[in-house]
Design a protein. Structure first.
Length: 401
């Protein structure tokens, strides 16, 4: 097992992984080659990445790791959060993921959407649940890349620089960015942290896997969707007020605003709906029915509403049967709609853009079907905002660039 290997044996096995141009002080992730030695080019989006070195290796840069050099594309992928797992999935590597947070929950949730992609399958059940990863388990998993953010782990868990350096040297590199979720402050020692949009980060991840064609094909679909959405939004005065909620039960309701920075709102911010709380409630706050009635949203977006064990009809009924909750405009007008997850990668993001468009603006983008349970609803082809077969072909590698 990888966990039984000595450091020298691990170095031999992983010697193809080299780090260069580390942005962190103290030598963490410092490496073998510099940007000046490799030369730099810019991608179409303006992201600076490194050209091939001439020996078959290539380099990719992303905060907080700096520049990471690979000899070959990673074949097995450790993840912690689902935006990274979805990126691996989008690049045709969903079945190479070795770990993720709450794999049973998110495998069930993601498959509600995957069901609408012809010929695509996904199974994350049984994976190592990596919310609090141990070094010993990372040695055992022996993944080719840790598609996870060391700054996030440093902020959440009791890891220090030497721990990250050890895993990067003896197992495989870190290459993830999670604090772009809400532009959260990095922990001490990671002050040079940079933030990316969902698609800027996905572009860099695709480069790490040498899957630029898949990225470009999916990005083109996303760009077309955004153009359609932007061109058809109603005037601000005609837009509804809205709030996003999450609750395992209605005794503890978490509320999220829709337009704060970061990729957690990448599927709501573009629509410009009015924040029902008008700044009186911070995102990720616990609220009650009285607070919601004071805000009185026209639309409630219910996170996790697609998860198979969640009964959205029961949640709706709980609002209707409460003397305060029943007075909320969204409840009275049957505008409580399901959402998927905030830690979205590119595939879930496409679905969530489409559903949010229909939930907020049915006159402009087509009516959202009443949803009770099961997979993402069937949308008539003429009302779909993206081509399911095209996305499926890109995931499966059966497409022309």
């Amino acid at each position: 097992m990888a966990g039984d290997a000595t450091d020298a044996e691990a170095l031999t096995r992983r010697e193809y992984v080299k780090y260069g141009g580390a942005v962190l002080s103290g030598g963490l992730l410092a490496g073998c080659t510099s940007d000046a030695e490799q030369g730099a080019t810019e991608t179409a989006s303006g992201a600076e990445t490194d050209t091939p070195t001439g020996d078959g290796s290539y380099s990719v840069s992303m905060s907080p790791m700096g520049t990471v050099t690979f000899d070959s594309p990673p074949e097995t992928v450790f993840t912690r959060l689902t935006h990274h797992a979805d990126m691996a999935f989008a690049l045709g590597r969903g079945d190479t993921v070795t770990a993720m947070h709450a794999p049973e929950y998110y495998s069930g949730l993601w498959n509600q959407f995957v069901d609408r992609l012809p010929g695509v399958s996904l199974d994350w059940t049984g994976l190592y649940s990596s919310w609090k990863p141990s070094k010993e388990k990372l040695y055992e998993l022996d993944s080719d890349i840790h598609l996870a953010d060391p700054a996030w782990i440093a902020k959440q868990d009791n890891w220090d620089r030497e721990d990250f350096e050890e895993i990067a040297t003896n197992v495989s590199p870190w290459f993830g960015n999670s604090l772009s979720d809400r532009h959260a402050d990095p922990p001490s020692g990671w002050a040079d942290y940079e933030y990316y949009t969902l698609w800027e980060q996905f572009e860099r991840v695709a480069e790490a896997f040498q899957e630029q064609a898949r990225y470009e094909a999916l990005a083109a679909i996303h760009d077309e969707m955004r153009s359609t959405i932007d061109a058809n939004l109603p005037p601000e005065a005609e837009r509804p007020s809205a709030v996003m909620l999450a609750a395992a039960d209605l005794d503890e309701i978490y509320a999220y605003t829709l337009d704060n920075p970061g990729f957690l709102t990448a599927h709501t911010r573009p629509f410009g709906a009015r924040d029902a709380f008008e700044g009186s409630v911070e995102t990720n706050s616990v609220v009650d029915f009285e607070t919601l009635l004071d805000a009185d949203p026209d639309v409630i977006l219910y996170l996790g509403g697609f998860e198979p064990s969640t009964s959205l009809p029961e949640r709706r009924e709980a609002f209707k049967s409460d003397p305060v909750g029943s007075e909320i405009t969204a409840v009275q007008n049957d505008r409580i709609y399901p959402q998927g997850a905030r830690y979205q990668g590119p595939i879930l993001h496409l679905f969530q853009l489409e559903m949010t468009a229909k939930q907020l603006y049915p006159e402009q983008f087509g009516e959202w079907p009443t949803y009770t349970s099961g997979p993402y609803p069937e949308i008539p082809p003429e009302e779909q905002l993206f081509d399911r077969q095209r996305v499926a072909d890109i995931i499966n590698g059966a497409f022309e660039a």
